[in-house]
Ligand binder design. Structure first.
Ligand code: GUN
Ligand code: ZN
Length: 429
């Protein structure tokens, strides 16, 4: 067992933050051998409960749960900051050419290693990631994650139409490759597989149907895709699927909406779409830096709150502009303020932080329910991936956080001024 003494941030079941100014976090194996939180609370209460366990004292530091990134593309690491009129020309001009190189195992491995290093430097310990359409890219990703003992989820892109040679797959072969990857990787150590139709416009009806059948055969795997991101994309999807009630309902029609299905963006929705999200248990990966960069629109936080469906935060690298959860949380704050409904929603720092940790875990079905692992929090029983945050990482952060009069002021200072410099250590238990 290992113990750490510092300030500790975690979340209660009602989503409010619990903050121990001087806390103790004890990590050790559970009955299955997973490294989990064995005890957490005030130092003065727990100090005598673990005789013989060495305590690492981290004065002035904050221990917090590792962040969860609900949606990003590892083959787009080098696409960040590529300007375009909007989503569709961005895909054609930058994204597909970059992704076409990921059939090369050596290239995929080099990018996967850089990508995971960058996630960890930024305090992200779990991500739901797209690979490219090449099975070799998934292999490279999982090999790297396994080497680092990370809890990571990934899938091969299904894309059998409206994409150039080099990234387009074959309808049947794409499905066969996906199932082989599920058998090889899903549930191996801390790894999980996601069935990954890129978005409805890039998949034939036959491929979407096959993806839904695959999902039915493997109820425990994840599903990931994009929906209702950009107005041109929505028009295109409607033209391609004229019988569907809406773009989102295409996925429901093919059996691709359920718990553990995560849809990126979810911007151009009506209330029937929101109810479909709620009733199926699917989750939205809100990707605010991407939506601002590509001019896609604003996620409607008020609508999500009113209807009530799962949602958490995501970087959407490479449409998104930063690996840093602090940048993503700040962008989400802006988006909430400027969202479709006026006067907008003023997300609190506790809500923003929850959406990037325990809320992300809930969206992934990794919140400890039904005997599944629990991540994104530091309550007893949660897997023990955590961050050591240095609130004095820059002169301005040191000055501002020293003046914080409340937990909200402290957290908001970190969100507004923070980046990778705040993350002193990322501990994978
Ligand atoms: N829609 C389909 N593919 C993509 C992608 O790679 N990035 C984003 N942001 N949207 C998409
Ligand atoms: Zn995306």
């Amino acid at each position: 067992m290992q113990a750490f003494r510092a300030a500790i941030l975690r979340f209660a079941d009602d989503r409010s933050a619990i903050y121990e100014e001087d806390g103790l976090l004890v990590i050790g194996p559970d009955a299955k051998g997973a490294q989990v939180v064995r005890a957490v609370g005030p130092w003065h209460q727990l100090r005598d409960d673990f005789p013989g366990v060495a305590v690492e004292h981290l004065p002035g530091r904050i221990i917090a749960p590792g962040f969860i990134d609900l949606h990003l593309h590892f083959p787009q690491t080098d696409v960040i900051g590529s300007p375009a009129e909007g989503l569709l020309p961005w895909l054609d001009n930058y994204t597909f050419p970059h992704e076409s190189r990921f059939h090369e195992a050596a290239h995929a491995a080099e990018v996967a290693a850089f990508f995971m290093e960058e996630l960890l430097r930024n305090g992200v310990t779990t991500a739901l990631a797209f690979a490219s359409s090449h099975p070799a890219s998934v292999t490279a990703f999982f090999e790297e994650a396994e080497r680092r003992r990370l809890r990571m989820i990934c899938g091969k892109v299904l894309m059998d139409r409206h994409a150039p040679d080099g990234v387009r797959d074959d309808t049947e072969q794409g499905l066969i490759d996906s199932e082989a990857l599920i058998r090889q990787w899903h549930g191996r150590g801390r790894l999980g597989y996601a069935i990954t139709p890129r978005f409805a416009p890039s998949c034939t009806e036959a491929q979407l149907r096959g993806a839904g059948e695959l999902a039915a055969r493997h109820p425990d795997v994840w599903i990931q895709s994009h929906v209702a991101e950009n107005r041109d994309e929505v028009r295109w999807a409607r033209a391609l699927f004229p019988a569907a009630r809406s773009y989102l309902s295409v996925y429901a029609d093919y059996g691709l909406m359920r718990e553990r299905a995560v849809y990126a963006h979810c911007i151009h929705f009506d209330d029937d779409d929101r109810r479909l999200m709620r009733d199926t248990g699917a989750a939205a990966a809100v990707s605010p830096t991407s939506n601002l960069f590509l001019g896609s629109g604003f996620f409607d936080y008020e609508g999500a709150r009113r209807i009530g469906f799962l949602h958490g935060l995501a970087s959407d690298i490479g449409g998104g502009t930063s690996f840093s959860p602090f940048h993503t949380m700040l962008a989400a704050y802006y988006v909430g303020r400027e969202g479709q409904s006026k006067p907008g929603v003023s997300l609190t720092p506790q809500q923003l932080w929850w959406q990037h940790t325990a809320g992300g875990a809930q969206a992934l079905g990794l919140d400890g329910t039904r005997g599944r692992p629990s991540i994104g929090n530091l309550q007893p029983g949660c897997e023990g991936d955590f961050l050591v945050i240095n609130p004095q990482a820059t002169p301005l952060l040191a000055r501002k956080t020293a003046r914080a009069q409340s937990l909200d002021e402290l957290l908001f200072s970190l969100i507004v001024l923070g980046d990778d410099r705040l993350i002193e250590r990322t501990v994978i238990s």
